[in-house]
Design a protein around this ligand. Structure first.
Ligand SMILES: *Cc1c(COP(=O)(O)O)cnc(C)c1O
Length: 388
């Protein structure tokens, strides 16, 4: 049997939905984009949702709208997808990495205070793999130092913190609709915010800095006059084809999340007694969205002295799983070890030991909507055989 790490699951009606904008001829930033944004706000509880071309552009636009620029520093977890750090570089800022807590794979909030300098302007907490970061601590820290909070909620769909959907806690939240995420539009992203003025600025910046969108102008009294451009904006508009696909999936949003949570619970139960495989943290007040199913491979305690030995064993196990038809991946990467950041900032692995260990000893197992009982039972059986 072959079990992929993820598989896109779209209903026939969702596939058909893409035809509608093709037939009406409104292809970009039109009524389907507005509909998708409205459903997103209703589901997450965010006051404003702004659709863009990816989570990366959502993060970039958020920082730009918040006035982040050259010389400013932003705190970013060392274990995340590289895009969280890249957007800081794109705006001429400086990335200040923070180590993670191995128990959650998220920011270790106990280390934040010592990273602050007079140039610190922003923090980008990541809700990695669908588990919220420790937002009470992060919001208190940000308020104390007057920092902007841009939540990287790329994996955060369905993730809740003390009852609130992630992405609605900071200044903005940024979501991804890449096919590896729970809802997909191929490429695509969404920004959420509860600040009306910021929302307006974000809408303007995504659309070349135009004071009024094409749709507003089209529906207004004088559609023949062009808008003013108060900003030198970007083009980060979502197409209506993408929005139609996203909007259609929102009609079964809760079901998509519940299905992922159900699959994760089956794994949790099956792996409970495997001392060598630690599954995702379950914490009071946190609802996991399970964008993926990240585990820590720990046949012995993992630390800086055992990490390379454990890494070799993990890779052998991943190889065995691959040969048995099961795709796995390291959960994500330690960004401080990627050559751009390592060389630019002169970093070494031990600067962020938990991120380094997570990079070398984490493993994500297949979890996706539409995974069959037989597929999951097969993964469980092969895992139960052990790693040797
Ligand atoms: C997927 C992901 C991104 C990038 O999202 P895109 O939509 O591909 O730009 C950023 N951050 C994290 C944590 C991610 O998982």
């Amino acid at each position: 049997m072959n079990v992929p790490i993820a598989r896109t699951s779209l209903l026939e009606t969702e596939i058909q939905s893409v035809l509608e904008p093709l037939r009406t001829g409104w292809l970009v930033q039109g009524p389907k984009v507005r509909e998708f944004e409205e459903k997103w706000s209703a589901f997450t509880g965010a006051e404003h949702s702004i659709a863009v071309t990816s989570c990366t552009t959502a993060l970039h636009l958020s920082l730009a709208a918040l006035g982040f620029g050259p010389g400013d520093e932003a705190i970013v977890p060392a274990f995340t997808w590289i895009a969280t750090a890249n957007v800081v570089e794109h705006l001429g800022g400086t990335v200040v990495f923070c180590d993670i807590d191995l128990a959650t794979f998220n920011l270790d909030v106990s280390q934040l205070e010592r990273l602050v300098t007079p140039r610190t302007r922003a923090i980008l907490p990541v809700h990695l793999f669908g588990l919220s970061a420790d937002m009470s601590a992060i919001l208190a820290f940000a308020a104390k130092h007057k920092l902007a909070v841009v939540e990287d909620a790329a994996c955060g769909f369905g993730a809740r913190y003390k009852g609130r959907h992630v992405g609605t806690l900071g200044d903005t939240g940024c979501f991804s609709f890449h096919p590896r995420k729970a809802i997909t539009t191929g490429e695509g992203g969404m920004i959420t915010t509860n600040d009306a003025a910021l929302a307006e600025k974000l809408r303007r910046l995504r659309d070349h800095g135009a004071a009024m969108s094409d749709l507003q102008r089209h529906l207004g009294a004088r559609p023949y006059l062009l808008a003013d451009h108060p900003d030198a904006g970007y083009n980060q508009r979502m197409t209506d084809l993408q929005a139609a696909l996203g909007s259609a999936q929102m009609d079964r949003a809760q079901q998509i999340i519940s299905e992922r949570q159900r699959l994760a619970a089956v794994y949790d139960g099956a792996f409970e007694d495997l001392g060598w495989l630690r599954t995702a943290a379950k914490l009071e007040g946190y609802e996991h969205g399970y964008q993926s199913y990240p585990c820590l491979f720990q046949p012995e305690p993992v630390n800086m002295s055992s990490v390379l030995r454990v890494n070799a064993m993990r890779n052998e196990w991943m190889d065995k799983l691959q040969q048995r038809g099961i795709s796995t991946r390291p959960a994500t990467h330690a960004v401080h070890m990627l050559s751009y950041y390592r060389e630019k900032y002169g970093l070494s692995p031990e600067d962020f030991p938990c991120a380094y260990v997570a990079n070398h000893c984490s493993i994500s197992l297949p979890l996706f909507h539409g995974m069959t009982e037989a597929e999951q039972a097969y993964v469980i059986d092969v895992v139960a055989e052990g790693f040797q």
